[in-house]
Write a protein that binds this ligand. Structure first.
Ligand SMILES: *[C@@H]1O[C@H](CO)[C@@H](O)[C@H](O)[C@H]1NC(C)=O
Ligand SMILES: [Ca+2]
Ligand SMILES: [Ca+2]
Length: 144
């Protein structure tokens, strides 16, 4: 993705940080970020999530294995995996489906990775993951 697009994503995310702080700070505190981190940091299990690990984890949501992660697949899996309501899962999908075509594609997976990877060193630490995940879990991302 271009620098411009990334800057837009960052500003959107930063915008949502201040919004989240004032409106729903309690909703994002109890999320199983570290548990999820451990399921993604697997190969190698070295305390950071690489781009490859992140992509691999994302494709767990491709339930029929046809190479496309649809909104239906994401919402279904995310809802059961994280024990959240359907509307929360839909909001989380909306936060990562940047072009709003109903598919979470490779470009968007990379975009989310880059948002999580705050210091842009190509790795996501547990702290970076928990922060990024809290925003997506609360439905903040591309749209508010
Ligand atoms: C995968 O299936 C979905 C419908 O479930 C469809 O929209 C999509 O185009 C399919 N992708 C491929 C690569 O066949
Ligand atoms: Ca699929
Ligand atoms: Ca999309």
């Amino acid at each position: 993705m271009g620098k411009m697009m990334f800057a837009i994503l960052c500003s959107v995310l930063i915008g949502s940080v201040s919004g989240a702080a004032t409106t729903d700070s309690t909703a994002t505190t109890a999320l199983p970020g570290s548990m999820l981190f451990n399921t993604v940091d697997v190969h190698p299990k070295d305390g950071v999530i690489s781009n490859a690990e992140f992509h691999k984890a994302a494709y767990i949501y491709d339930l029929d294995g046809n190479g496309t992660i649809t909104e239906t697949e994401f919402v279904s899996k995310y809802q059961s995996a994280l024990d959240v309501s359907q509307s929360q899962a839909v909001a989380s999908f909306a936060a990562i489906d940047f072009n709003r075509d109903g598919v979470f594609d490779d470009k968007e997976i990379s975009a989310v990775f880059n948002i999580f990877d705050v210091n842009l060193d190509g790795q996501i630490t547990l702290t970076e993951f928990q922060t990024g995940f809290a925003h997506i879990a609360s439905g903040h991302g591309s749209n508010n």
